[in-house]
Design a protein around this ligand. Structure first.
Ligand code: 8YV
Length: 338
């Protein structure tokens, strides 16, 4: 019998290019439509492709009410990301579709990039490299590219979840004071371990030398940092965003960097990415990376395999059948008729 004619073989879409061995794992359980050419689907194309699918492996593409309405068989959408602002979870719950994400496996890798951006912004590394590449370095001088210290300064973490804690933990080796702001205070033992002090957002912005943003993007966190917040910061301070575009008002940040309201910024995420506000390109005091927070080979593999584990188990296959490891809305599974 031809594979696709077997009864009960579920169909999935892998919406973006992915490690070939992970794709191969999925083909052991499912009839797979893949996209190894890595074309970016429009919302209408994605909806059309999901019309006959039971599951989807996705990396950042938006799944909303309209897409779900076009996908009557869909049960599991496995996001290869910890952030799932691309999923309309209320629509998922109404449609009894399980969403899954990839927490934890990227904590340390993403925290590393946060530190890299913070240090590069504080120590003006991109400016220095541009100077060298332009052949414009002709002498040492006492005030050339003087930046702000990281060692012994105050780190302000906004969003003290798993990645925020990994960022804060690294501060010990740099002799830093750690202050944080979060929707709610973290457990006392975590505060003790990190030697982290809870502050209101305005107090944190006024006291921190280096602010790192690590909060999820929601309607409430939209423009957490805008003109009013930037005005509270020290003129020498840096701000680093490794979370999501939209948490910072990019136009306001460009203005604050241009007028030296703050010292510098390190940005991995942007409003409207992969496009970015061209205003950033003219500024010397911003370090820019193209959303590579989780981009190490090992971590991307761990994320891809975790997303695959979720899809396989969520669709009732494999050794963890019925028990996807990292579901976002596990309650919907009880509503599935078997
Ligand atoms: C993903 C991310 O690579 O996990 C996240 O939330 O931002 C990145 O690690 C990206 O979102 C693509 O899915």
């Amino acid at each position: 019998m031809h594979f696709s004619e077997e009864i009960n073989v579920k169909k999935i879409l892998v919406s973006r290019a992915i490690f070939p061995d992970v794709l191969e794992r999925l083909t052991r359980y499912f009839e797979v439509e893949s996209n190894q050419e890595d074309r970016i689907f429009t919302s209408a194309e994605l909806a059309a492709k999901l019309a006959d699918k039971d599951g989807v492996f996705i990396a950042g593409d938006r799944i909303n009410e309209a897409v779900l309405a076009a996908a009557p068989r869909l049960r599991v959408a496995a996001n290869m990301a910890v952030g799932y602002n691309n999923f309309d979870m209320e629509a998922f719950n109404r449609a009894n579709v399980l969403g899954t994400n990839t927490p934890d496996v990227l904590n340390e890798t993403t925290a590393d990039l946060g530190w890299a951006l913070m240090m590069a912004a504080a120590r003006r590394m991109s400016e220095g490299e541009r100077l060298l590449r332009a052949g414009k370095w002709d002498r040492w001088s006492y005030d050339m590219l003087t930046g702000s210290d990281v060692y012994g300064s105050t780190l302000g973490v906004i969003g003290m979840g798993r990645i925020g804690q990994a960022v804060a933990r690294r501060a010990r080796g740099f002799g830093m004071r750690v202050v944080y702001h979060n929707r709610s205070r973290v457990a006392a033992e975590i505060e003790r371990e990190l030697n982290a002090e809870y502050l209101s957002k305005p107090a944190l912005l006024a006291e921190a030398d280096h602010v790192v943003l690590v909060l999820p993007y929601t309607a409430e966190s939209h423009h957490t940092i805008g003109a009013a917040e930037l005005a509270l910061m020290k003129r020498t301070a840096t701000i680093t965003n490794i979370a999501r575009g939209g948490i910072v008002d990019d136009a306001a940040l460009i203005e604050a960097l241009r007028t030296r309201q703050i010292g510098a910024a390190g940005l991995d995420v942007f409003e409207g990415e992969p496009k970015l506000n061209p205003g950033f390109l003219d500024l010397p005091n911003v370090v820019l990376t193209p959303h590579i927070g989780s981009a190490t080979e090992a971590t991307r593999r761990a994320m891809a395999n975790l997303a695959a584990d979720n899809l396989i188990a969520g669709l009732g296959e494999g050794p963890q059948a019925g028990h996807p490891p990292t579901p976002i809305n596990p309650d919907v599974m009880a509503r599935w008729s078997r």
